[in-house]
Design a binder for this molecule. Structure first.
Ligand SMILES: Cc1cc2nc3c(=O)[nH]c(=O)nc-3n(C[C@H](O)[C@H](O)[C@H](O)COP(=O)(O)OP(=O)(O)OC[C@H]3O[C@@H](n4cnc5c(N)ncnc54)[C@H](O)[C@@H]3O)c2cc1C
Length: 423
């Protein structure tokens, strides 16, 4: 279940293991008919990469393999009858691997509807368009105070997604926007990164996190740590303690929780709704039902082994698939052991911080490595070429800031935001 990092890797591993066994049917169920490479979502927001270039059609990935694809939305589980309910009918199973990913977690925030999450391709495209609407409005806003408010962009959450989004916005605004939008002076642009804990990039090596912090501050990104957003409203966020920050845009990257569909599964969950699975990755009382990636936490695993990242989902997928094969062959299951692969965080054009097997470095070499790794991990040569070309073109030409959806759907126009002073 799920055509993301975990589900796709699981189905590929199952295919390898059951290649010569036509009696075994393998089905990948996913509501999207594509695989989304989430690490590049921040670059959709900054108009560096074309949205289509970070998705790969599941059928193109499958090519000659024999597993079946069902484009359908899972709507419930009936474990007793070994069935999954989907938008196109019930699907029976003998073994089930659940990899339905996460959804944004607003932690009950008042005014969450005023924040823009970033977890899907649709989120990224909507956010990009709204950002560009905002810039168009700020460009002709005659009231200086309101202009500065529109140009205050707030990112909530100092994890790797929040940091990468803030860095991308910084590049877009200072390298492109202030040069081309005559009514947007650099001094009026304010980029705010709000983090509830004392440090950004929690879970990343502390020395590297401190280095990233210094670099972001040098780039003009305002970091507010130990600051919590208490409420979001149209045009402002309110911090705990009462401080109100006028802002044109709030991007919410402060947390995720497991797909809400998991609530209907039996057994304990962690506070983020992830299923507590056995070391063999199955549900405690259901040895044929596995949960992996963002959907699962191995009971007793150290916190640093539970951070929801793609390598965790993929490594678990391979072990879950192996255990399915072992189950079919009536062999004992193996335990999952996580091998963290380090961390790469982009700090925008020409800069990144990297921790690979204890080796820490930053700056241009780290950025080159970040690019190389992400390019290699993209699925399919065509997508790799498209993204490589997007990156090259972004260094040579201005970003394409065309808004492609209907102007009538601009939220700021709808709110009757500003007077017209064309620049
Ligand atoms: C902006 C962003 C940047 C990130 N950057 C990184 C990074 O740099 N490095 C890293 O390691 N990790 C990164 N991550 C985290 C990484 O994407 C996740 O940890 C990883 O995708 C988890 O894999 P998964 O298989 O559990 O879920 P996903 O990859 O999210 O897959 C879930 C799948 O389930 C499908 N689905 C959901 N609901 C249903 C339903 N009801 N019915 C059918 N199908 C459904 C979805 O369409 C999707 O195909 C990032 C995440 C985001 C949002």
């Amino acid at each position: 279940m799920g055509g993301g990092f975990g589900g796709l890797e699981a189905v590929l591993e199952l295919e390898r293991r059951f290649r010569d066994d036509p009696a075994v049917e393998i089905t990948l169920v996913s509501e999207n008919n594509y695989f989304l490479f989430t690490p590049l979502l921040p670059q959709i927001v900054s108009s560096t990469i074309e949205p289509r270039h970070i998705v790969q059609s599941l059928r193109d990935i499958r090519r000659e393999r024999r597993f079946r694809i069902l484009r359908a939305r899972a709507t419930g589980f009936d474990l007793a009858r070994r069935q999954v309910a989907t938008s196109v009918g019930a699907l029976p199973f003998d073994y089930l691997i659940i990899a339905l990913g996460s959804v944004p977690n607003f932690f009950g925030l008042e005014g969450a509807e005023h924040c823009f999450p970033l977890y899907s391709l649709e989120h990224a495209v909507v956010l990009r368009d709204h950002l560009l609407d905002l810039l168009e409005h700020a460009d002709h806003e005659p009231d200086p105070e309101r202009k500065r408010a529109l140009l205050t962009l707030t990112v909530v959450g100092g994890g790797y997604t929040g940091v990468e989004v803030a860095a991308e916005l910084r590049d877009l605004l200072f390298r492109h926007v202030v040069r081309r939008y005559r009514g947007i002076p650099a001094d009026d642009v304010r980029l705010l990164l709000i983090e509830a804990t004392a440090e950004i990039l929690v879970g990343v090596d502390p020395k590297l996190a401190a280095r990233a912090r210094r670099k972001l501050e040098r780039k003009g990104i305002e970091l507010r740590t130990e600051a919590r957003v208490a409420r979001a409203g149209p045009g402002e966020v309110e911090l705990k303690g009462g401080e109100k920050v006028p802002t044109g845009l709030v991007i919410w990257t402060a947390g995720v929780r497991a797909n809400p569909l998991l609530e209907s599964l039996p057994g304990p969950k962690n506070p983020a709704g992830r299923v507590l699975v056995t070391p063999q990755l199955h549900l405690p009382d259901h040895p044929r039902v596995f949960a992996i990636g963002d959907n699962a936490v191995v009971k007793g695993a150290p916190p640093e082994h539970t951070v929801p990242v793609a390598p965790l989902a993929m490594q678990q997928a391979r072990v879950a698939a192996e255990n399915v094969a072992r189950g079919v062959a009536r062999q004992a299951y193996v335990n999952f052991e996580y091998r963290p692969q380090g961390m790469l965080v982009s700090l925008g054009m020409n800069d990144a911080v990297v921790n690979l097997m204890g080796v820490r470095f930053s700056g241009y070499p780290a950025w080159l490595l970040w690019n190389a790794v992400h390019l290699l991990k993209l699925v399919g040569l065509k997508k790799q070429l498209q993204v490589a070309l997007d990156w090259s073109l972004a260094t040579l030409f201005p970003r394409d800031t065309s808004i492609l959806r209907r102007p009538a759907r601009c939220r700021l126009c709808e709110s009757g935001a500003s007077a017209a002073t064309p620049r």
